[in-house]
Design a protein around this ligand. Structure first.
Ligand code: ACO
Length: 325
């Protein structure tokens, strides 16, 4: 049986130039390189320059993904941008990116699911493609997340960084089996009962300010390992595949201990886990495509590999996408 599959045609990413090491963080808050590395695995993060916005990072990542896909930007009919840090409350940052690419047709919109944003955006893109709403979708995760940080709060400000990653998804044909290239299954979840565990204490409708990130780290950690393992098992059950079939696990990069804990829980060997949190920190919606692009460009992920993506973030929101590269 011939079916439509959403196939990744290209991938790209962009990081701001400025590297901020843990050593530099010790000059800002009462912390140490040892504490940060031991608790999180983070060594350094990137911070966007003054005047460098989420749309700038997104546009650079988008151009790289379009070049990698070898298509003309005009072929793109939909742009979905996942971000928690839009340039403005409105319009959507996706529209600024659309304009930057010289595209004046189709639709462009933002998705807000914090760190799970890219998984949400990919799932929406896949649904659009499979139901014939779109043929070529640019999916971006981009953040200037450090602009939401309280730089006097050592429990949060050492964890995050800025960056962007993007993929081009195109409609392809499959046989309806797990041997097909493209997205094989996608699963999304949220539970607002836990929204106070990780949130921003401001917003246009409440304080008319942007606010700062507040987090109960231990609680987030506890729920993350359980929720992530559940949604991975869901993806495997939906496809009849097992953890042994996965070639590469590309998780949201929040904390190396969460990644190690999750891999262990689902029985994945550490060498199959793509870990970039050490160099990027937690870049929220940008973290999965940044990690994906790293593993493609360094040759780990190859055509035909089975790749598992997942994320968990504020809300809580969480989800997984299983695809064949
Ligand atoms: N430097 C030094 N000491 C610190 C720092 C720091 N940067 N931050 C906290 N501490 C101290 C605390 O004050 C505490 O001291 P005390 O024992 O004297 O009170 C001690 O270290 C332990 O603090 P905990 O918060 O219990 O440390 P924990 O081992 O839980 O690690 C961490 C904290 C790294 C935040 C961890 O809980 C974590 O990673 N949680 C998950 C975060 C996450 O995954 N977020 C993802 C979602 S983000 C999104 O969706 C936007």
């Amino acid at each position: 049986m011939s079916i439509i599959r959403s196939v990744v045609a290209g991938c790209g990413s962009y990081l701001p130039a400025r590297i901020v090491t843990n050593q530099e963080m010790t000059t800002i808050v009462d912390t140490t390189d040892d504490w940060i590395v031991e608790r999180t695995g983070i060594h350094e993060r990137r911070i966007a320059a003054e005047g460098e916005f989420t749309s700038h990072l997104a546009l650079n990542a988008a151009k790289a993904a379009i070049a990698d896909a070898g298509i003309d930007a005009q072929e793109i009919d939909t742009i979905i941008l996942a971000t928690t840090t839009p340039d403005q409350t409105f319009p959507a940052t996706a529209v600024t990116v659309q304009m930057g690419l010289g595209i004046h047709h189709g639709a462009a919109f933002d998705v807000q699911a914090v760190c799970s944003g890219f998984i949400y955006a990919l799932t929406i893109a896949d649904t659009f493609i499979r139901c014939g709403q779109a043929k070529t979708v640019l999916v971006i995760g981009a953040e200037t997340f450090t602009r939401l940080l309280d730089w006097t709060d050592r429990t949060t400000c050492v964890l995050f960084g800025d960056g962007a990653g993007a993929v081009v998804l195109t409609a392809g044909e499959g046989e309806g089996t797990t041997a097909d290239r493209g997205i094989l299954t996608a699963h999304l979840h949220s539970d607002g009962r836990l929204k106070e565990k990780l949130y921003v204490d401001g917003g246009p409708s409440t304080t008319q300010t942007t606010g700062h990130v507040r987090m109960e780290g231990r609680e987030v950690f506890r729920h993350a390992v359980v929720n992530i393992a559940d949604t991975i098992n869901e993806a495997l059950a939906a496809t009849g595949l097992t953890a042994a079939d996965i070639d590469w696990f590309v998780p949201h990069q929040a904390n190396k201990r969460i990644l190690d804990g999750t891999a262990k829980r689902i029985g994945l060997p550490p060498e199959k886990v793509v870990i970039t949190v050490g160099q990027h920190g937690n870049t929220s919606a940008a973290s999965v495509p940044l990690a994906l692009d790293t593993a493609i460009k360094d040759g780990r992920i190859k055509r035909g590999d089975l790749v598992l993506l997942e994320a968990m973030g504020g809300g809580f929101t969480w989800g997984s996408v299983l695809l064949r590269w």
